[in-house]
Ligand binder design. Structure first.
Ligand SMILES: [Zn+2]
Length: 419
């Protein structure tokens, strides 16, 4: 029995048309129109529009979203964003986090996101409040979106005593991933110790690692040159494929030979990189008086080096990122515009980064994708190919989660001529 039939669809690259049959929450068949079994319980007429796998946000601070109305950003630096948000989060309640984060989750689902790795702060300022709100949302929105939860020590470990005990408690209560924020520590030695402690927790609880490694314009400060150390630790713990680093903006400043060597180390060790262009470009280059740096990790070089690379919104409407609507396809377009990515090959790679590659980064590669047997997490685009949707900011006609339609959008423009 076919539960849902997506009729007259195109594949992400525009090939087709095809019919996509869904049964038992999985993709049962992809074939010529009309060739499959008849009598589906529900039908979406794609009318020649493309279907892509569900979008994935591998790095999203839901707990800190939508704070811009409470305190607008001041000088636009990373230190200021942390300080402004630190003051606000002292007053967070489980209910207030749930309300703001829930609004963003609903936006994300409407845009086609079916899987999110959330990064709630866990530290002595906010305690477990943000994390517990994520547990609530994971259960409340389970029919719409999968939510992975990272226990994220935004304020550091050595600099913020008590944080490690809170991380342990979050991992005991069901955090899926242990986070890190090494750039917060005071010395290079402490940054390395921070990374080492995060890996020790990962081993103890059998969970993946996701570290905010650096968010710097360059590596003049040796605290922000940790890629080699993280690659070493990944190899030492046998965790290749289970370690992700976010931001890593300083990689863009490395001279070509050094960059090639460092990216090779990340690729060999199996460390993935998630680029967060809206935040990185907003906070980066703040001390440059001329030729302001873009502050975005070198995406083409990462991909060419064989580093698994994703991208994500990071923040939505707060001091770290005063923009955004939780639409990761829109973030992909921003990355295209800011990283010299324009060829058909580049645009196809960007679409992969927000679907299949991001799913693999968060450990869902085996069940995600537009292929028979995969979970039926699908998006019907209002465009005949994925790259056309990327370039034209096409809306998402329908979003399917485990075989069920969970969101639909209609968009109509009418011109009213004067004669
Ligand atoms: Zn982040």
């Amino acid at each position: 029995m076919t539960d849902l039939l997506l009729r007259d669809a195109r594949l992400p690259d525009g090939a087709g048309p095809v019919d996509i049959a869904v049964a038992g929450g999985r993709i049962a068949a992809i074939g010529r129109p009309g060739a499959g079994p008849s009598g589906a319980a529900a039908v979406i007429d794609c009318a020649g529009d493309a279907v892509i796998p569900g979008l994935v946000e591998p790095h999203l601070h839901l707990d800190k979203a939508m704070l811009d109305a409470e305190a607008p950003p001041s000088d636009g630096t990373l230190a200021d964003a942390i300080a402004v948000t630190g003051r606000l989060k002292a007053a967070f309640t489980r209910e207030s986090v749930r309300a703001r984060a829930g609004r963003v989750l609903e936006q994300a689902v409407g845009h086609g996101t079916t899987l999110i790795r959330a990064q709630p702060d866990v530290d002595p300022i906010v305690g477990l409040t943000g994390f517990e709100a994520m547990l609530d949302l994971r259960a409340a929105y389970a029919d719409l979106v999968d939510l992975q939860i990272v226990a994220f020590p935004q304020e550091g470990l050595l600099r913020a005593p008590g944080t490690e005990d809170l991380l342990v408690e979050a991992l005991r209560q069901g955090a899926d991933v242990v986070g890190g924020c090494s750039y917060q520590e005071a010395t290079t030695e402490d940054c390395r110790a921070h990374v080492d402690r995060v890996f020790a927790l990962a081993e103890r609880f059998g969970v993946p690692v996701d570290i905010h490694a650096d968010l710097a314009d360059d590596t003049a400060d040796p605290r922000f040159a940790l890629a080699g150390h993280i690659a070493d630790r990944t190899r030492a713990h046998g965790m290749g494929g289970h370690v992700t680093v976010g931001h890593m903006t300083s990689l863009a400043s490395l001279a070509p030979d050094t960059r090639k060597r460092v990216l090779g180390e990340l690729a060999d060790a199996g460390v993935a990189v998630v680029v967060l262009p809206m935040t990185d470009m907003h906070l980066g280059g703040r001390h440059d008086e001329a030729n302001v740096r873009r502050g975005i990790a070198p995406v083409s070089d990462l991909l060419d080096a064989g580093v698994r690379t994703g991208l994500s919104s990071n923040n939505v409407r707060n001091a770290f990122t005063p923009y955004g609507v939780a639409d990761v396809l829109d973030v992909a377009l921003f990355l295209a515009q800011t990283s010299h990515l324009a060829s058909p090959h580049d645009l196809a790679r960007l679409v992969a980064m927000v679907t299949d590659d991001a799913a693999a980064i968060v450990g869902h590669g085996d069940r995600h994708g537009l292929r028979v047997g995969a979970e039926a997490d699908l998006v019907v685009l209002a465009a005949p190919s994925a790259t056309e949707a990327l370039l034209s900011r096409a809306h998402r006609r329908a979003v399917v989660k485990r075989g069920r339609v969970v969101a639909t959008t209609e968009h109509t423009v009418q011109l009213h001529r004067g004669r």
